[in-house]
Design a protein around this ligand. Structure first.
Ligand code: MRU
Length: 343
């Protein structure tokens, strides 16, 4: 399994360029705040946890660029990074965590402290993803044993695998653990127009030896109706205190179809993806990307919302690094209220 972000020469933040994958495996070295902000904006790095980690390193790199950094530099760095992508809360959470940490120390140590904190966020992400994998695998293994299915058939949308995190992933982490446990699996991979993150999912599943089939985004309902899907599992870019899940555009339709056919719909996320400061998904800013990603036919306009909100009542359970939780306010505030970021 690959690591998606690492430091080289104590100078460069290296990433796997996700705009080149799955055709080419290329690493990009990022040395300036502008390069890091651009990498997030153009989606060379993507996926809520990974953009959080990248932005955390962005604070450190930005401070290093300012010869003797001040509070004004911190504000500029924050503004630059937060402006890159608005929906995934992990980005803002990670930037603010690093800024809070450096502010406790004299300015002369800010660069060191910022790199250490970014590194801690990265390592915590690895541990959280692995733990999501274990909890999710327990849940899915029970489903597999109860169904006495010969192969567990999972549908996923977008990419919430190791490419979306530092390693392991969120929605795909349980599948990697199930593979280790010897449970036979097949994954239906939504193509995920317009950016086709499904190809990244298919690529990484294939790398890890997990059988998978790419399907067009409209095919999920068809396979569910025919009884060929045992569970749906997706990631999240932001989940509210009542359990509304914001994730890649098209997730909502999969949740609705799953509900119609009595198929469990699971969401896997680290606690850094909770935004308990808001109740409803309608309060989340949905990133609207360039319409040219949708079409360039010239005779019509296009809209390109990148995310949608699946209301809590459609979510069977939330799989986190601390275990599996019901998607409702009472449960989430009790479990995450004291530790979750409040942006
Ligand atoms: O626009 P992207 O590719 O950054 O969107 C990513 C997703 O929607 C993922 O499913 C989500 O971030 C969960 S990632 C672990």
């Amino acid at each position: 399994m690959r690591r998606t972000i690492w430091l080289e020469d104590d100078e460069s933040v290296c990433i796997l360029d996700q705009t080149a994958l799955p055709l080419r495996e290329e690493c990009v070295r990022l040395k300036t705040l502008a390069e890091i902000a651009r990498a997030i904006e153009v989606m060379q790095v993507r996926g809520a946890p990974l953009i959080g980690v990248t932005a955390a390193y962005g604070v450190a790199v930005g401070l290093r660029e300012a010869a003797s950094p001040t509070a004004a530099n911190l504000n500029t760095i924050r503004r630059t990074l937060v402006a890159t992508r608005p929906t995934a809360v992990n980005l803002r959470w990670a930037v603010d965590r690093v800024i809070r940490r450096v502010a406790e120390h004299p300015t002369s140590s800010w660069v060191d402290i910022a790199f250490k904190e970014a590194h801690a966020i990265a390592e915590e992400d690895v541990a959280a993803s692995r733990s999501i994998g274990e909890h999710g695998a327990d849940l899915l293994e029970t489903l597999y044993r109860n169904k006495e299915a010969r192969t567990l058939r999972i549908l996923t949308h977008c990419n919430a695998g190791f490419l979306a995190t530092v390693t392991w992933g969120t929605a795909l982490a349980p599948l990697y653990v199930l593979k280790e446990r010897g449970i036979p699996l097949h994954v239906w991979v939504d193509e995920t127009r317009p950016r086709n993150q499904g190809y990244l999912t298919a690529w990484e599943l294939s790398q890890e030896g997990i059988s998978n089939t790419v399907i067009v985004d409209n095919a999920g309902g068809h396979f569910m109706q025919r009884g060929e899907v045992d569970a749906v599992i997706v990631g999240s870019d932001r989940t509210t205190r009542r359990g509304d899940v914001c994730n890649k555009i098209g997730t909502l339709l999969k949740a609705l179809a799953a509900r119609a056919y009595g198929i469990p719909f699971y969401v896997a996320l680290p606690s850094s993806t909770f935004d308990l400061s808001i109740e409803s998904g309608s309060e989340i800013e949905i990133e609207e990307r360039d319409p040219s990603e949708v079409h360039s036919l010239g005779f019509s306009t296009a809209r390109n919302p990148a995310f949608d909100v699946t209301e809590a009542h459609l979510v069977t359970a939330l799989i986190t690094e601390r275990g599996v939780f019901a998607a409702n306010e009472e449960t989430l505030v009790a479990a995450f209220g004291s530790t979750s970021p409040s942006p």
